[in-house]
Write a protein that binds this ligand. Structure first.
Ligand SMILES: Cc1cc2nc3c(=O)[nH]c(=O)nc-3n(C[C@H](O)[C@H](O)[C@H](O)COP(=O)(O)O)c2cc1C
Length: 192
């Protein structure tokens, strides 16, 4: 089974990436295929509401000038999806929002292609607004009919400069517990 983690931070090797790596480690150890995909910092357009995905029904976004269709393919192929974002002005980054809007619309236009997949949000935050960012991603999973996996705390790591989350032991443990929980839940879904 495949787990894809999207890093919505433009800081490709920052705190969000580290948190995603820690969450993925138990999944890799359990034999799942895991991958981190860099989304932050890419020139990605938002959804333009053209509606072509609804008429073409070809599992792609009609905007082809950026990398989004590759991200959509990756999300559609995955059994489990992690979406990570740093907190920007008390919410997710623009690139993470573009991912949600365009993948989400294409999935819904083609018969709810994300339904039944497992999802989890991962957030890096310096001080405040992390819960809003966490909720934004979880609302996406919920409306897509995805199964949200929880952990021992909300999946948030605290830090400002790249690498600061290494000092947030509780945040790191939350990520380990998240990965372990996903590893438990995913095989059970095969039988559904
Ligand atoms: C444009 C911008 C907005 C930010 N807004 C917030 C915020 O609202 N609340 C907060 O606690 N931290 C905020 N931060 C700090 C980042 O969330 C924090 O540094 C985080 O660890 C960055 O994760 P990264 O290393 O994965 O990029 C902001 C940073 C930037 C660059």
């Amino acid at each position: 089974m495949k787990i894809v983690a999207f890093n919505g931070s433009p800081r490709a090797n920052g705190n969000t990436k580290r948190l995603l790596q820690v969450a993925l480690a138990p999944l890799t150890e359990a034999g799942f295929e895991t991958e981190i995909i860099q989304v932050g910092g890419k020139a990605l357009r938002g959804c333009r509401a053209c509606g072509i995905c609804k008429t073409s029904q070809n599992r792609t976004c009609a905007q082809t000038g950026d990398e989004m269709n590759g991200f959509i393919d990756k999300m559609l192929e995955a059994d489990g999806v992690l979406i990570g974002s740093p907190t920007y002005f008390a919410d997710i980054t623009s690139e993470t929002k573009a991912l949600i809007d365009r993948c989400g619309y294409v999935a819904r236009a083609n018969g709810n292609l994300l339904t039944g997949k497992v999802g989890a949000a991962v957030i890096a935050v310096r001080r405040a607004g992390g819960m809003t960012a966490f909720d934004t991603i979880n609302r996406f999973f919920a409306v897509e009919g995805m199964l949200i996996v929880g952990s021992s705390y909300w999946n948030i790591g605290i830090g400002r400069d790249a690498g600061d989350v290494e000092a947030d032991e509780e945040g790191l443990q939350t990520m380990r517990d998240l990965g372990a929980a996903m590893a438990k839940v995913l095989p059970a879904l095969r039988s559904l």
